[in-house]
Design a binder for this molecule. Structure first.
Ligand code: FNR
Length: 182
């Protein structure tokens, strides 16, 4: 039976590089994996006062995460860290205390940037948070995609052959990782 992996992108903007990478992955999913976009843009900013009387968006989101077999984060870097919307989603899923829906999920990270270091800072800040949330995050291959704007065609779709091949090999490693963790 195929496994469902949630894709969470750190970018909220239309036609983002994050979305471009997500599209490539959805169109090239390895056998046995199905990728599903998980929406984070409508989540109210986490407030501990909500615990026990949660906004409906929180309940829907937590149930969606709970049902996943794995989670793939595709994120840009904002000021050498992860975008606030992504941190908010991680916080929402981690609470109420003792009900962390991320717990034990296999995960992986792709960071990217138009700059040269491919979102390294975001990638490792995210890795730190995921360690605490007990997401079992794939260690290798690390994926930092730099100069992303040079790797796409005029429609913004990934077109660089080497990058496609690298993402394909990453997907193969992630598939094995999900099997191992499960
Ligand atoms: C950025 N960007 C950026 N890039 C980078 O390599 N390191 C950084 O620290 C930052 N910081 C940053 C802060 C904020 C608030 C914005 C809006 C942008 C640039 C960023 O990588 C670029 O806008 C990407 O295109 C964003 O990814 P999406 O939205 O295309 O997925």
């Amino acid at each position: 039976m195929s496994k469902t992996v949630g894709i969470i992108t750190g970018s909220l903007r239309k036609n983002s590089f994050s979305e471009s990478i997500a599209q490539y992955i959805k169109n090239h999913a390895p056998a046995g994996l199905e990728f599903k976009t998980i929406e984070i843009s409508k989540l109210p900013l986490y407030n501990q006062d909500y615990d026990g009387a949660d906004p409906k968006e929180y309940t829907i989101f937590r149930n969606e995460i709970q049902a996943l077999d794995g989670v793939l984060f595709i994120t840009p870097e904002h000021n050498r860290s992860i975008p606030a919307a992504l941190k908010n989603a991680l916080d929402v899923g981690s609470r109420p205390y003792g009900k962390n829906v991320w717990n034990g999920k296999p995960g992986a990270i792709i960071s990217h940037s138009p700059g040269g270091i491919g979102g390294f800072g975001a990638n490792h800040h995210l890795r730190q948070v995921l360690t605490f949330l007990n997401v079992l995050t794939l260690a290798q291959p690390e994926v930092y995609i730099g100069s992303y704007h040079t790797l796409v065609d005029e429609k913004g779709s990934l077109s660089n052959g080497d990058t496609k091949a690298f993402i394909d090999s990453f997907l193969s490693a992630f598939t094995s990782w999900i099997e191992k963790v499960s």
